[in-house]
Ligand binder design. Structure first.
Ligand SMILES: C[S@@+](CC[C@H](N)C(=O)[O-])C[C@H]1O[C@@H](n2cnc3c(N)ncnc32)[C@H](O)[C@@H]1O
Length: 298
């Protein structure tokens, strides 16, 4: 007999049937690849570290595959879905397959990229767990970490290459803007791979898991200031920092001064720097006045 607190997860036949009932054709634009493998759902929930204390924010619940798994473990799940038909069907699916848990679910029809802290103020999320739409995975994670300081930890499933990039460390081939910005917010770790066969429809790329644990902001300088340095450094990643940062700093000479003050060799490149280095450069820019500005030279 089924345990009251557990949900009946969706297998291949149920995923197809739900989609058919909705008359839906999954779209690439919204990254609609649905998990139809209960073992993958159990693995994601277990790896996420979600406990009965957590209020989970799930982006893109789709047909409910992962939502059902999360509801058995979390205190509550807020599921944010942009597709109106999917958002409308989710509560029904949960009521059918996990009647004892339906009160834990709140469904919000919205674009995760426009979600604001005040929208969920009465039930602040503590964990982000999601099988993210491929094309907006990085912006969604960065937006939610910035907007919801209560998010302490999480696990997301994304395209394998994106997972590598998000968790990459300085000096590695895949290190770039997503890695450095994610590191501002959290300790980010690459977890295991996910084969494409667990999805319907089957995507043409493999997926991977990335976990994160929130850390204290590494700086007294505003995040936006640090991200401006970082964006400038990676916009021309083959150039030395002296050259790549010259426009941002006002001149190549000032870029060099700021880099030296931050203890960063001007001949190095952005891909070699940790987020703490970008912080020191932004701090130098705050502390060292731009002479050309005061003399009216620019
Ligand atoms: C990869 S599917 C995952 C579905 C489900 N969680 C699963 O594992 O089977 C991505 C889901 O995100 C939804 N989605 C796409 N863009 C979104 C956005 N900007 N905000 C919220 N949901 C979005 C899609 O409609 C789809 O349901």
């Amino acid at each position: 007999m089924q345990d009251q607190q557990s949900a009946r997860l969706l297998g291949p036949a149920e995923v197809r049937r739900l989609a058919e009932d909705l008359g839906m054709r999954p779209t690439k634009k919204l990254g609609q690849n649905f998990v139809h493998d209960p073992n993958t759902v159990r693995r994601i929930v277990a790896t996420s570290g979600v406990t009965a204390e957590d209020v989970v924010l799930e982006v893109g619940p789709g047909l409910g595959s992962l939502t059902l798994g999360l509801l058995s473990t979390a205190q509550a799940v807020t599921a944010v879905e942009v597709d109106a038909a999917l958002a409308a069907t989710l509560p029904r699916t949960v009521a059918e397959r996990a009647p004892a848990l339906v009160d834990r679910l709140r469904t919000v029809e919205a674009d995760a990229l426009s979600l604001r802290e005040r929208d969920l103020a009465d039930r602040a999320p503590t964990a982000l767990v999601a099988n993210l739409p491929y094309n907006v995975a990085v912006p969604v994670v960065l937006h939610l970490l910035a907007e919801f300081p209560t998010l302490r930890h999480g696990l997301v499933m994304v395209q394998a290459e994106v997972a590598d990039r998000m968790a990459a460390k300085p000096g590695s081939r895949t290190y770039g803007v997503p890695s450095a910005k994610a590191a501002w917010f959290a300790d980010v770790r690459r977890e295991g791979p996910v084969p494409r066969g667990v999805f319907w429809p089957v995507p043409n790329v493999d997926s991977g898991l990335v976990s994160f644990t929130r850390t204290e902001p590494p700086s007294t300088v505003a995040r936006e200031q640090v991200f401006r340095v970082l964006d400038a450094a990676f916009a021309q990643r083959r150039k030395t920092l002296r050259s790549a940062l010259s426009k941002w700093a006002g001149s190549a000479a000032r870029a060099e001064t700021l880099l030296r003050a931050a203890g960063v060799p001007p001949s190095s490149r952005g891909e070699q720097l940790a987020v703490s280095d970008f912080v020191r450069i932004a701090e130098a820019a705050r502390d060292i006045p731009d002479d050309s500005e005061s003399s009216g030279a620019r």
